[in-house]
Design a protein around this ligand. Structure first.
Ligand code: FAD
Ligand code: ZN
Length: 226
């Protein structure tokens, strides 16, 4: 109770399975007394491109544009664009970040990747020698909740789904100092029965009920590639 949760949601359709998973999370966490904020990226028409428009005012080096350097400098002088400042404020306030999305090409949809690229800037999320366990977003938890087209059986035979979590969980969240909870994967909602879909939705509610008792995963190469 009293915990703050930011759900970053990337699906175009509220009636989708992802939309139902979002709705369940908002309802259950609110019921627990959490303060829930949703960044509905498509509805916000969130800009996924990392461009010089993200910097307000004069550039640090206007001769040769370097996105990483410019956003770092802009962050320090309070010169990032308004949409980024707003997202960073939501991240700063959150105890838990939930990412809710359909798997696109073994990864996240471009609009969500764009959120990562643009929001988690140097100086805010990490810094020169402040990364991984020393990352700047300490004492926060993250949870990747996603759906797939492929069935659980296919993922079991074609390779471990943990491989594709390495860039997202370790490369982004752990890099920024955020602890990682077990991912929540709903396999093939389009291809299973209505009954199975309902079961998957109930399982998400059940998981959320005891979420705050969970221990983060040990986010090391062994977890992914052992
Ligand atoms: P939906 O189609 O919205 O939902 C499935 C069904 O559930 C629908 O009939 C919906 O009406 C129903 N539903 C919604 N809410 C409820 C409810 N409350 N109760 C009961 N039923 C409900 N998949 C992979 O596995 N690997 C990939 O690499 C991959 N890459 C992709 C790349 C692209 C560009 C695209 C477009 C898709 C890709 N996919 C991939 C497939 C994608 O991951 C799935 O299509 C997606 O995860 C399905 O989720 P959804 O929310 O869109 O499902
Ligand atoms: Zn890690």
């Amino acid at each position: 109770p009293g915990k703050k949760v930011l759900i970053v949601y990337a699906h175009q359709e509220p009636k989708s399975f992802n939309g139902s998973l979002l709705k369940i999370a908002v309802e259950e966490l609110t019921k627990q007394g959490c303060r829930v904020t949703v960044s509905d990226l498509y509805a916000m028409q969130f800009e996924p491109r990392a461009t010089r428009n993200d910097i307000v005012g004069p550039l640090h080096n206007s001769e040769e544009f370097n996105y990483g350097v410019e956003t770092w400098e802009a962050y320090k002088r309070g010169g990032l664009s308004k949409d980024l400042v707003e997202e960073q404020k939501k991240v700063q306030e959150a105890d838990l970040l939930i990412f809710q999305f359909p798997l696109f090409w073994f990864s996240m949809p471009a609009i969500l990747k764009g959120w990562m690229d643009r929001v988690l800037v140097q100086g805010f999320a990490y810094d020169l020698s402040k990364s991984y366990d020393g990352g700047l977003l300490q004492d926060k938890l993250s949870l990747f909740s996603f759906t797939t087209g492929g069935t659980k059986e296919k993922y079991a035979t074609r390779g471990d789904v943990r491989y594709l979590l390495w860039p997202m969980q370790h490369g982004i969240m752990h890099f920024c100092g955020v602890k990682v909870l077990e991912p929540h994967i709903c396999y093939a909602p389009e291809y299973v029965s209505e009954e199975k879909r309902k079961e998957m939705l109930t399982a998400w509610t059940q998981r959320l009920k005891t979420l705050w008792k969970e221990e983060p995963i040990n986010c090391t190469p062994e977890w992914y590639f052992k």
